[in-house]
Ligand binder design. Sequence first.
Ligand code: DP6
Length: 334
Amino acid sequence: MTAKATVVAPANIAFIKYWGTQDWDQTLPFNPSISMTLRECVTRTTVELIERSEGDSVLLRTAEGSLEPAAEAFRQRLEPHLDRLRRWAGEEVAFRVATENSFPMGAGMASSASGFAALTLAVVAALGKQTSGEEASVLARLSGSGSASRSVLGGYVRWPAGEEPGEEHAVQLASADHWDLRDVVAVLQEQAKEVSSREGHERAPSSPYFEPRQKLLPDRLETVTQAILARDFSSLAQTVEEEAIDLHLIAMSSHPPIFYWRPGTLEVLAAIRLLRQDGVEVCATMDAGANVHMICTPDSEAAVAEVVGAITEVGYLIYDGVGQGPRTIEEHLV
Ligand code: DP6
């Protein structure tokens, strides 16, 4: 048994955030979310089928550059998903997995979204199974990383809350070619965040601001959808920033509270506000971490990078932008 497949899957940055899970068995959120699939922040994963008796193995690219057996906590997060995919396929096989990221893991930059999208698609491909994007989205979501359901698609993607039939999977709102938006990421913190997204989702409903945000979301979802379709940056920018602030407002007022920001986060946010006053088309958003994603138009990218790159707390910048989604490649990791 020598079937092997390698998939490169991207991270995504949410414009409307998934924050709060109402069903952990199915990984169903309290609210729909919308994201932009990225191009440069990717996970590459190779999956090889081996005899069941050999057991699963997971290699992870280290910061030093070698592929090493993954730490127990990492393996434990993957194993239930590998079991789920085995059951889905009805195959008694084991998987030899090797994986690497092009960006820092676990620092609020959606490495689980790209990671579980890549793992899911690579397992499916190694097994020789065909899936629609819809089925792949559901399979990726069931990993427990809800945002992975959006990373199986390119461009601008909506993940419904799953309450209505036909709403189980993410859908593409517009392709990457529709609107060339950039994402300059100000990396302030490379190490893994102290409180996981899962913990954040669990605590979110304890915030007094959780319910008020739910009421604002139908309008925000509509605004962001229309802004994407009409390529209307100013309308997109306002809602994207409101959403980012509200996610952190809810995190900081949850019981117990979660503080993801660093002092540098506020400095970057202030710089972005000044740039916008000067007419630069840019807005800021953060996932569950300190790093700031600066969404901008191509003409604004250089000004954003120059100003924010000069802030002392900013370690470095990642230049990213809207991407086409996952792809299968022949360059295997092992
Ligand atoms: C703040 O549960 O999908 O990024 O545990 O990293 O997989 P991981 O995250 P997930 O929650 C994502 C939360 C968010 C907002 C979003 O991407 O919608």
